[in-house]
Ligand binder design. Structure first.
Ligand code: FE2
Ligand code: FE2
Length: 276
């Protein structure tokens, strides 16, 4: 299928190093416990999830013949490996702040990637990688569409999530093209997405509330007003994310139907300039 004209020319990892210490506030996202813990949950999930993407992309390299897709997969592997390593650095800081990460890590590592992954057919794993990448692309887009809100993050956390968001936009089509080149069945892609969305939302929101319970913010009315404002009020994330999500179900969907590379481009260029 024709993809070249729409995708970035080359996908390369942009190296950054983040560091955190005990000055990181517990509610580092503008004092908003829910958003802080939603992204803390992503930080708990990302390293194993991204290593899972890398495992399957390395496997796909052996079967993919299109040179452009092959090159993109190599860039994707480099980017996801770095995301996993940078997010994992935060685990110790979160533990030092008193949070228990073990249940979510157990679900993701043992249940998800030691057990379920190994019993699923290969094509289902490739479809799962493409499906999860649709969510990270949505996250990347929402990051850049809401600069005012994102600017309320602690500076170092913003650096981490901005870098991650930009690269997620840049490589958003790689896992999709990888899947299409192996099996372009609509029913495989959307059938796996039906399950992935339920699992992802259960784990993401379940663990967000678990983190909130751990620091006593779960029953704070102010936090529930924040949640309402975030999803249905001021930021309208429930409606906006639903329409981004549902795009995936269009029969001829391709991630670059949504030409949003410009959102990430200047950020990525700044990293390149820094490195040169
Ligand atoms: Fe990533
Ligand atoms: Fe990604």
């Amino acid at each position: 299928m024709a993809i070249e004209k729409k995708s970035p020319e080359a996908i390369k990892p942009h190296k950054i190093q983040v560091s955190f210490d005990d000055t990181l506030p517990k509610h580092w996202f503008g004092g908003n416990a829910f958003l802080t813990h939603l992204l803390n949950t992503f930080t708990a999930i990302f390293p194993d999830a991204e290593r899972y993407f890398v495992r399957w992309s390395k496997k796909a390299l052996a079967n993919v013949t299109d040179p452009k897709i092959k090159k993109d997969i190599q860039g994707f592997i480099g980017q996801e490996t770095m995301h996993a390593n940078q997010h994992e650095k935060l685990w110790e800081t979160l533990r030092a702040q008193g949070y228990d990460l073990e249940p979510v890590l157990w679900i993701v590592q043992k249940l998800g990637f030691n057990w379920v992954e190994s019993i699923l057919p290969d094509k289902v794993n490739y479809a799962a990688v493409a499906g999860f990448e649709h969510f990270t692309a949505m996250f990347g887009e929402m990051y850049f569409e809401n600069p005012e809100l994102m600017n309320t993050m602690h500076t170092e956390m913003r650096r981490l999530f901005e870098w991650h968001a930009a690269e997620e936009i840049e490589h958003k089509a790689v896992a999709f093209d990888q899947l299409q080149s192996i099996d372009d069945s609509y029913f495989l892609r959307t059938g796996v997405m039906n399950v992935a969305v339920v699992l992802l939302y259960l784990v993401a929101f379940g663990n967000t509330f678990y983190f909130m319970a751990q620091d006593g913010s779960l029953f704070n009315p102010k936090e529930w007003i924040n949640i309402y404002e975030g999803f249905f009020g001021k930021h309208d994330f429930a409606r906006k994310s639903f329409f981004k999500f549902i795009e995936y179900y269009k029969p001829n969907f391709h991630p670059w139907d949504n030409q949003n590379y410009h959102l990430a481009e200047s950020t990525l260029k700044a990293y390149e300039k820094e490195a040169s």
